[in-house]
Design a protein. Structure first.
Length: 160
């Protein structure tokens, strides 16, 4: 594998969807559709960011989709390409969302995560999220989800 290049986030665009869909398909048992990602590009309160290499700004290493509303932020999707996992890219994307939440003075962030996805649960817990309750049969394949929440009151600087 090549060394990790310098990366930067930017808003996603239609041209990114081929790469995003490839990563999505390799990463999730029930991947989002192209139409789902396209819709996020049109919603005013949706943030759909991709993490790209600074040299070409065309190679996508990961992405995050979240809704930012006054009562709370909802994390909808965060995914890193399989070959780049374990290098802190998910944490980098989470920090972007947390920073915007704090900057906008929004009180909390919510997310659902597959009960079996211990890697993601560990990441979220390390970012200050706590399990609040379980949603039985949440996913179309019958798997349950943990609802996790992070309160942003009193946080002056995001986690590192």
């Amino acid at each position: 594998m090549d060394p990790l290049p310098k990366l930067s986030p930017r808003p996603a665009c239609l041209e990114d969807l081929v790469s995003v869909l490839k990563i999505e398909g390799l990463s999730h048992p029930l991947p989002w559709s192209r139409a789902g990602f396209e819709k996020e590009l049109t919603i005013a309160w949706s943030r759909f960011l991709v993490l790209t290499d600074d040299e070409t700004d065309s190679r996508i290493f990961g992405y995050i989709v979240y809704w930012i509303q006054t009562e709370g932020v909802s994390l909808l999707n965060i995914t890193v390409a399989p070959e780049w996992r374990g290098m802190g890219l998910s944490r980098m994307l989470m920090q972007l969302m947390i920073q915007e939440t704090i900057r906008e003075d929004i009180p909390r962030i919510l997310l659902e995560v597959r009960a079996s996805n211990q890697t993601a649960i560990s990441l979220y817990e390390s970012c200050g999220f706590k399990k609040t309750h379980e949603r039985k049969n949440f996913y179309a394949d019958g798997e349950s989800a943990w609802v996790m929440e992070s309160r942003t009151e009193g946080i002056e600087t995001p986690i590192q």
